[in-house]
Design a protein around this ligand. Sequence first.
Ligand code: PMP
Length: 399
Amino acid sequence: MHSEKRLPCWEEKIKKELAHLEEISQKRELVSTECAEQPWLTINGCRMLNLASNNYLGYAGDERLKKAMVDAVHTYGAGATASRLIVGNHPLYEQAEQALINWKKAEAGLIINSGYNANLGIISTLLSRNDIIYSDKLNHASIVDGALLSRAKHIRYRHNDLDHLEAFLKKSPIEARKLIVTDTVFSMDGDFAYLEDLVRLKERYNAMLMTDEAHGSGIYGKNGEGYAGHLHLQNKIDIQMGTFSKALGSFGAYVVGKEWLIDYLKNRMRGFIYSTALPPAILGAIKTAIELVQQEPERRSLLQTHSEYFREELTNYGFNICGSRSQIVPIVIGENEKAMEFAARLQKEGIAAIAVRPPTVPENEARIRFTVTALHDKKDLDWAVQKVSIIGKEMGVVE
Ligand code: PMP
């Protein structure tokens, strides 16, 4: 007799969850993408205007970064062979970290293997069970995961609502170790944190302040040192992290702060101690990008011009851009399915922009997230705005 074979319960559970994701239009698929470092990319063989990358200043395709990477491979090899505390601390680390410290005008700095690892590592190393973390509701997932890993009490205040934050701070024991943590440029809404007010609160309530400059590094400040630098607040922020994977064109992350802080992280941060060091090529790119970003302010100006233009045009057409004031320009669509359809229609017209759905953004606030870069041509942006407005009207997103 043929009896039907039952799936093991764990397999059944996972498959059910995948089916559910499919049902609610939240199932993700990988698509083959080429030339993402260029303003026009190719997805599954179709050429599209690239409004989805974080290559804000265009350094990902820069010949000087590529050469620095190739030179580093020739001199130091393909891989670091071990973690930095073993034998992976090749000479480019010291050079890149010195460039980082000079650029950020910091006492000390450390390069970390990725932005995700940096947030996970820094937060879970500095805080533990009896401490308290105050985190903006729209902070990046890596900050949330770092807080969870730390086992500290994790309080999420409403986005940029500092009265809400202060109400929590007021209730906290004065002697508790406290961390306020925020993105400086929010990755989904494209708006800024109120850093001056956060500094005031951290001083009043004896808390540490940590900023994530993933979307600010390279873009804001006289030398591209970040949004905190733009506001001349670097010295007031205890822990500043940022990434080299976006405006700086390659990969990896940094943290800068006081000497004792960096020393502590080198000794205690598990992701730093137990993970292989970055390949030399990445350090070559990081060092070169830090130099270029200071020498080429015109890229920042061009990016600002493009961002401003794109935000203004979409607002004029009636789109809700979530208060964006940066190069990240979302338009709220609403339901997941509708956002997916919007993205698909954009792609059909030759525009690559991603639909961002819950849990990355709140329920019923699924959106299309556009990112503009210094590399874009104004004519192409204009063309894209026209297409977006036509689709928006046809789908009833705007009138
Ligand atoms: N922080 C923020 C605000 C981010 O947007 C990202 C990347 N999406 C990260 C951290 C993680 O950086 P990385 O991609 O270098 O891991």
